[in-house]
Design a protein around this ligand. Structure first.
Ligand SMILES: [Zn+2]
Length: 335
Protein backbone atom coordinates (compact mmCIF):
# COMPACT_ATOMS: atom_id res chain seq x y z
CA UNK A 1 0.00 0.00 0.00
CA UNK A 2 1.82 3.09 -1.26
CA UNK A 3 -0.56 5.26 0.71
CA UNK A 4 -4.16 5.01 1.93
CA UNK A 5 -6.31 3.62 -0.86
CA UNK A 6 -3.36 3.08 -3.24
CA UNK A 7 -2.52 -0.61 -3.60
CA UNK A 8 -0.07 -1.98 -6.11
CA UNK A 9 1.15 -5.46 -6.91
CA UNK A 10 4.81 -5.54 -7.72
CA UNK A 11 7.75 -7.89 -8.00
CA UNK A 12 9.86 -8.19 -4.88
CA UNK A 13 12.89 -10.27 -4.10
CA UNK A 14 12.08 -13.81 -2.93
CA UNK A 15 12.28 -14.14 0.86
CA UNK A 16 15.30 -16.01 2.23
CA UNK A 17 16.04 -17.83 5.46
CA UNK A 18 17.66 -15.31 7.80
CA UNK A 19 17.41 -16.96 11.22
CA UNK A 20 17.82 -20.74 11.76
CA UNK A 21 14.26 -20.81 13.18
CA UNK A 22 12.71 -19.41 9.95
CA UNK A 23 10.68 -21.17 7.27
CA UNK A 24 9.84 -20.02 3.77
CA UNK A 25 6.23 -20.74 2.83
CA UNK A 26 4.93 -20.72 -0.72
CA UNK A 27 1.39 -19.48 -0.25
CA UNK A 28 -1.57 -21.42 -1.63
CA UNK A 29 -4.12 -18.75 -0.78
CA UNK A 30 -4.31 -15.50 1.15
CA UNK A 31 -7.00 -12.95 1.87
CA UNK A 32 -7.99 -9.43 2.89
CA UNK A 33 -8.93 -8.72 6.50
CA UNK A 34 -11.32 -6.13 7.89
CA UNK A 35 -8.34 -4.76 9.81
CA UNK A 36 -6.48 -4.10 6.52
CA UNK A 37 -9.12 -1.45 5.89
CA UNK A 38 -7.76 0.69 8.70
CA UNK A 39 -4.74 1.53 6.57
CA UNK A 40 -6.82 1.66 3.40
CA UNK A 41 -9.01 4.32 5.01
CA UNK A 42 -6.05 6.27 6.37
CA UNK A 43 -6.72 5.53 10.04
CA UNK A 44 -3.43 3.62 10.32
CA UNK A 45 -0.42 5.11 8.51
CA UNK A 46 0.64 3.41 5.27
CA UNK A 47 3.75 4.38 3.36
CA UNK A 48 4.86 1.61 0.99
CA UNK A 49 3.52 -0.84 3.57
CA UNK A 50 3.50 -4.59 2.88
CA UNK A 51 -0.01 -5.93 3.43
CA UNK A 52 -1.72 -9.11 4.60
CA UNK A 53 -1.38 -11.43 7.56
CA UNK A 54 -3.52 -14.49 6.79
CA UNK A 55 -1.92 -17.40 5.01
CA UNK A 56 -1.81 -21.09 4.22
CA UNK A 57 0.70 -22.79 2.01
CA UNK A 58 3.44 -25.30 1.47
CA UNK A 59 6.78 -25.10 3.25
CA UNK A 60 9.56 -24.59 0.76
CA UNK A 61 12.62 -24.23 2.99
CA UNK A 62 13.38 -24.45 6.70
CA UNK A 63 16.23 -23.13 8.81
CA UNK A 64 18.65 -25.49 10.56
CA UNK A 65 16.90 -25.27 13.96
CA UNK A 66 13.34 -25.93 12.74
CA UNK A 67 12.23 -29.31 14.09
CA UNK A 68 8.46 -29.71 13.81
CA UNK A 69 7.89 -28.28 10.34
CA UNK A 70 9.25 -30.03 7.25
CA UNK A 71 9.72 -29.03 3.63
CA UNK A 72 6.56 -30.04 1.78
CA UNK A 73 4.24 -29.68 4.79
CA UNK A 74 0.99 -27.83 4.22
CA UNK A 75 0.77 -25.29 7.04
CA UNK A 76 -1.63 -22.82 8.60
CA UNK A 77 -0.01 -19.90 10.40
CA UNK A 78 -1.11 -17.42 12.98
CA UNK A 79 -1.13 -13.70 12.19
CA UNK A 80 1.22 -13.14 15.12
CA UNK A 81 4.68 -14.72 15.14
CA UNK A 82 5.28 -16.61 18.40
CA UNK A 83 7.93 -18.97 19.74
CA UNK A 84 5.24 -20.97 21.57
CA UNK A 85 7.77 -21.74 24.31
CA UNK A 86 8.03 -18.61 26.48
CA UNK A 87 6.01 -18.26 29.65
CA UNK A 88 3.36 -16.07 27.97
CA UNK A 89 2.93 -18.55 25.11
CA UNK A 90 2.72 -21.50 27.50
CA UNK A 91 -0.09 -19.73 29.33
CA UNK A 92 -2.01 -19.59 26.05
CA UNK A 93 -1.40 -15.98 25.07
CA UNK A 94 0.85 -16.44 22.04
CA UNK A 95 -0.24 -13.06 20.64
CA UNK A 96 1.72 -11.54 23.53
CA UNK A 97 4.82 -13.73 23.03
CA UNK A 98 8.11 -12.18 24.14
CA UNK A 99 9.22 -12.67 20.51
CA UNK A 100 5.99 -11.51 18.93
CA UNK A 101 5.98 -9.88 15.55
CA UNK A 102 2.86 -8.90 13.64
CA UNK A 103 2.84 -10.53 10.22
CA UNK A 104 0.87 -7.54 8.91
CA UNK A 105 3.58 -5.05 9.87
CA UNK A 106 6.80 -6.67 8.71
CA UNK A 107 6.07 -9.71 6.53
CA UNK A 108 2.92 -9.12 4.49
CA UNK A 109 1.27 -12.27 3.20
CA UNK A 110 -0.69 -10.74 0.35
CA UNK A 111 2.19 -12.22 -1.59
CA UNK A 112 3.38 -15.41 -3.27
CA UNK A 113 5.88 -16.34 -0.57
CA UNK A 114 6.59 -15.39 3.01
CA UNK A 115 9.43 -15.80 5.49
CA UNK A 116 7.90 -16.96 8.76
CA UNK A 117 10.12 -16.52 11.84
CA UNK A 118 9.82 -19.02 14.73
CA UNK A 119 8.29 -21.52 12.30
CA UNK A 120 7.92 -24.23 14.96
CA UNK A 121 6.03 -21.87 17.22
CA UNK A 122 3.90 -20.11 14.61
CA UNK A 123 2.95 -22.71 12.00
CA UNK A 124 0.78 -25.79 12.39
CA UNK A 125 0.93 -28.52 9.72
CA UNK A 126 -2.24 -30.21 8.48
CA UNK A 127 -2.43 -34.04 8.72
CA UNK A 128 -1.62 -34.31 4.98
CA UNK A 129 -2.16 -32.25 1.82
CA UNK A 130 -5.69 -30.84 2.02
CA UNK A 131 -8.46 -31.36 -0.51
CA UNK A 132 -8.87 -28.11 -2.49
CA UNK A 133 -12.32 -27.43 -1.06
CA UNK A 134 -10.84 -27.29 2.47
CA UNK A 135 -8.37 -24.52 1.65
CA UNK A 136 -10.74 -21.55 2.28
CA UNK A 137 -11.69 -23.00 5.67
CA UNK A 138 -8.06 -23.60 6.64
CA UNK A 139 -7.24 -20.06 5.58
CA UNK A 140 -10.09 -18.75 7.75
CA UNK A 141 -8.43 -20.47 10.74
CA UNK A 142 -5.38 -18.22 10.27
CA UNK A 143 -7.24 -15.21 11.64
CA UNK A 144 -11.02 -14.72 11.45
CA UNK A 145 -11.98 -18.15 12.77
CA UNK A 146 -9.21 -18.11 15.38
CA UNK A 147 -10.19 -14.58 16.40
CA UNK A 148 -13.90 -15.38 16.56
CA UNK A 149 -13.10 -18.48 18.61
CA UNK A 150 -10.91 -16.53 21.00
CA UNK A 151 -13.67 -13.91 21.38
CA UNK A 152 -16.13 -16.64 22.32
CA UNK A 153 -13.63 -18.17 24.75
CA UNK A 154 -12.89 -14.75 26.27
CA UNK A 155 -16.64 -14.13 26.61
CA UNK A 156 -17.00 -17.31 28.67
CA UNK A 157 -19.25 -19.04 26.13
CA UNK A 158 -20.32 -22.52 27.14
CA UNK A 159 -23.32 -24.83 27.46
CA UNK A 160 -26.50 -23.10 28.56
CA UNK A 161 -25.18 -19.59 27.91
CA UNK A 162 -26.91 -16.81 26.03
CA UNK A 163 -24.43 -15.11 23.73
CA UNK A 164 -24.79 -11.80 21.89
CA UNK A 165 -22.46 -11.12 18.97
CA UNK A 166 -21.99 -7.50 17.94
CA UNK A 167 -20.61 -7.28 14.42
CA UNK A 168 -21.64 -9.17 11.30
CA UNK A 169 -18.27 -9.09 9.56
CA UNK A 170 -16.25 -12.26 9.11
CA UNK A 171 -15.03 -12.28 12.74
CA UNK A 172 -18.54 -11.79 14.13
CA UNK A 173 -19.84 -14.62 11.94
CA UNK A 174 -16.97 -16.86 13.08
CA UNK A 175 -17.80 -15.98 16.70
CA UNK A 176 -21.33 -17.24 16.02
CA UNK A 177 -19.85 -20.49 14.67
CA UNK A 178 -17.59 -20.78 17.75
CA UNK A 179 -20.46 -20.10 20.15
CA UNK A 180 -22.47 -22.85 18.49
CA UNK A 181 -19.54 -25.29 18.70
CA UNK A 182 -18.94 -24.39 22.36
CA UNK A 183 -22.51 -25.33 23.22
CA UNK A 184 -24.25 -21.97 23.68
CA UNK A 185 -27.98 -22.31 24.18
CA UNK A 186 -28.96 -19.09 22.50
CA UNK A 187 -26.96 -16.99 20.06
CA UNK A 188 -28.13 -13.49 19.24
CA UNK A 189 -26.46 -12.07 16.13
CA UNK A 190 -26.67 -8.32 15.59
CA UNK A 191 -26.94 -7.55 11.90
CA UNK A 192 -29.02 -5.51 9.52
CA UNK A 193 -27.80 -7.07 6.29
CA UNK A 194 -30.06 -9.85 4.95
CA UNK A 195 -27.24 -11.94 3.43
CA UNK A 196 -25.13 -11.71 6.59
CA UNK A 197 -28.17 -12.55 8.73
CA UNK A 198 -28.62 -15.65 6.62
CA UNK A 199 -24.99 -16.68 7.10
CA UNK A 200 -25.28 -16.02 10.85
CA UNK A 201 -28.26 -18.39 10.96
CA UNK A 202 -26.29 -20.96 8.97
CA UNK A 203 -23.54 -20.78 11.60
CA UNK A 204 -25.97 -21.20 14.49
CA UNK A 205 -27.58 -17.86 15.38
CA UNK A 206 -30.97 -18.42 17.02
CA UNK A 207 -32.02 -14.74 17.07
CA UNK A 208 -31.21 -11.76 14.87
CA UNK A 209 -31.28 -8.21 16.17
CA UNK A 210 -31.14 -5.38 13.65
CA UNK A 211 -31.21 -2.51 16.14
CA UNK A 212 -28.01 -0.76 17.21
CA UNK A 213 -26.84 1.43 20.10
CA UNK A 214 -29.38 1.98 22.88
CA UNK A 215 -32.11 0.25 20.89
CA UNK A 216 -29.83 -2.76 20.36
CA UNK A 217 -29.09 -2.98 24.09
CA UNK A 218 -32.80 -2.70 24.89
CA UNK A 219 -33.57 -5.52 22.46
CA UNK A 220 -30.94 -7.81 24.04
CA UNK A 221 -32.31 -7.04 27.50
CA UNK A 222 -35.81 -7.84 26.24
CA UNK A 223 -34.62 -11.21 24.91
CA UNK A 224 -32.90 -12.09 28.19
CA UNK A 225 -35.60 -11.32 30.76
CA UNK A 226 -34.14 -7.87 31.39
CA UNK A 227 -30.77 -9.26 32.52
CA UNK A 228 -28.47 -8.94 29.53
CA UNK A 229 -26.49 -11.74 27.90
CA UNK A 230 -24.07 -13.99 29.81
CA UNK A 231 -21.51 -13.58 27.05
CA UNK A 232 -21.11 -10.64 24.69
CA UNK A 233 -18.69 -10.53 21.81
CA UNK A 234 -17.54 -7.17 20.46
CA UNK A 235 -16.27 -7.62 16.90
CA UNK A 236 -16.52 -4.12 15.43
CA UNK A 237 -14.35 -1.72 17.43
CA UNK A 238 -16.34 1.53 17.32
CA UNK A 239 -17.42 3.67 20.24
CA UNK A 240 -21.03 2.69 19.74
CA UNK A 241 -20.40 -1.04 19.42
CA UNK A 242 -18.09 -1.08 22.45
CA UNK A 243 -20.58 0.67 24.71
CA UNK A 244 -23.32 -1.53 23.32
CA UNK A 245 -21.28 -4.61 24.28
CA UNK A 246 -20.56 -3.39 27.81
CA UNK A 247 -24.18 -2.49 28.43
CA UNK A 248 -25.60 -5.68 26.91
CA UNK A 249 -23.51 -7.86 29.26
CA UNK A 250 -25.30 -8.88 32.46
CA UNK A 251 -23.62 -8.10 35.79
CA UNK A 252 -21.04 -10.81 36.38
CA UNK A 253 -21.11 -11.72 32.68
CA UNK A 254 -18.22 -11.68 30.23
CA UNK A 255 -17.37 -9.42 27.32
CA UNK A 256 -14.81 -10.65 24.77
CA UNK A 257 -13.56 -7.81 22.58
CA UNK A 258 -11.67 -8.37 19.34
CA UNK A 259 -12.69 -5.40 17.17
CA UNK A 260 -9.62 -3.19 16.63
CA UNK A 261 -10.81 -0.22 18.65
CA UNK A 262 -8.94 2.92 17.64
CA UNK A 263 -10.19 6.03 19.42
CA UNK A 264 -12.69 4.22 21.62
CA UNK A 265 -12.99 5.81 25.05
CA UNK A 266 -14.58 3.96 27.94
CA UNK A 267 -15.39 6.06 30.99
CA UNK A 268 -14.11 4.31 34.10
CA UNK A 269 -17.42 4.77 35.84
CA UNK A 270 -19.31 2.98 33.05
CA UNK A 271 -17.03 -0.04 33.41
CA UNK A 272 -17.18 0.22 37.21
CA UNK A 273 -20.95 -0.02 37.46
CA UNK A 274 -21.25 -2.60 34.68
CA UNK A 275 -19.54 -5.14 36.97
CA UNK A 276 -18.47 -7.42 34.12
CA UNK A 277 -15.42 -9.49 33.19
CA UNK A 278 -13.58 -8.37 30.07
CA UNK A 279 -10.84 -9.93 27.99
CA UNK A 280 -9.73 -9.13 24.48
CA UNK A 281 -7.10 -7.86 22.13
CA UNK A 282 -5.21 -9.55 19.31
CA UNK A 283 -6.26 -13.19 19.41
CA UNK A 284 -3.79 -15.90 20.40
CA UNK A 285 -4.86 -17.85 17.31
CA UNK A 286 -1.95 -20.28 17.78
CA UNK A 287 -3.62 -21.64 20.95
CA UNK A 288 -6.67 -22.73 18.97
CA UNK A 289 -5.09 -23.71 15.62
CA UNK A 290 -4.62 -27.46 16.22
CA UNK A 291 -8.25 -27.85 17.30
CA UNK A 292 -9.60 -25.63 14.51
CA UNK A 293 -7.58 -27.45 11.83
CA UNK A 294 -8.97 -30.76 13.10
CA UNK A 295 -12.57 -29.48 13.03
CA UNK A 296 -12.09 -28.33 9.43
CA UNK A 297 -10.29 -31.55 8.51
CA UNK A 298 -13.15 -33.65 9.91
CA UNK A 299 -15.63 -31.40 8.03
CA UNK A 300 -17.42 -30.52 11.27
CA UNK A 301 -17.33 -26.79 10.50
CA UNK A 302 -17.37 -24.79 7.29
CA UNK A 303 -15.81 -21.39 8.07
CA UNK A 304 -14.74 -20.97 4.43
CA UNK A 305 -18.23 -19.78 3.57
CA UNK A 306 -17.30 -16.30 4.86
CA UNK A 307 -15.33 -15.78 1.64
CA UNK A 308 -17.89 -14.38 -0.75
CA UNK A 309 -15.50 -12.95 -3.33
CA UNK A 310 -12.52 -14.69 -4.91
CA UNK A 311 -9.97 -12.72 -6.91
CA UNK A 312 -6.45 -13.35 -8.19
CA UNK A 313 -3.71 -11.59 -6.21
CA UNK A 314 -3.11 -9.03 -8.96
CA UNK A 315 -6.72 -7.80 -8.53
CA UNK A 316 -6.13 -7.13 -4.83
CA UNK A 317 -7.08 -3.44 -5.16
CA UNK A 318 -10.53 -4.46 -6.38
CA UNK A 319 -10.89 -6.69 -3.33
CA UNK A 320 -10.11 -3.87 -0.90
CA UNK A 321 -12.64 -1.66 -2.64
CA UNK A 322 -15.35 -4.32 -2.42
CA UNK A 323 -14.72 -4.81 1.30
CA UNK A 324 -14.48 -1.09 1.98
CA UNK A 325 -17.87 -0.59 0.32
CA UNK A 326 -19.22 -3.64 2.21
CA UNK A 327 -20.03 -5.37 -1.07
CA UNK A 328 -17.99 -8.35 0.14
CA UNK A 329 -17.74 -9.89 3.60
CA UNK A 330 -14.27 -11.29 2.95
CA UNK A 331 -12.10 -11.62 -0.13
CA UNK A 332 -9.97 -14.68 -0.86
CA UNK A 333 -6.95 -14.10 -3.09
CA UNK A 334 -5.71 -16.91 -5.29
CA UNK A 335 -2.12 -17.32 -6.39
ZN1 LIG B 1 6.35 -16.91 23.31
Amino acid sequence: MYKAGDLRVEEREDPKIIEPTDAIVKLTATCICGSDLWAYRGIEPADHQVMGHEYVGVVEQVGSEVKNIKVGDFVVGSFVISDNTCEICRSGYQSGCVHREFVAQTIGTQAEKARIPYADGTLVPTPSQPAPELIPSLLAASDVLGTGWYAADAAGVGPGKTVAVIGDGAVGLMAVLAAEQLGAQRIIAMSRHPERQELARFYGATDIVAERGDAGVARIKELTGGLGAHSVIEAVGTQQSTMQAIRATRPGGYMGFVGVNYDVTIRGIDLFFAGIHTEGGPAPVRRFLPKLIQLVWDRKIDPGKVFDLVLPLDKVAEGYKAMDERRAIKVLLTL
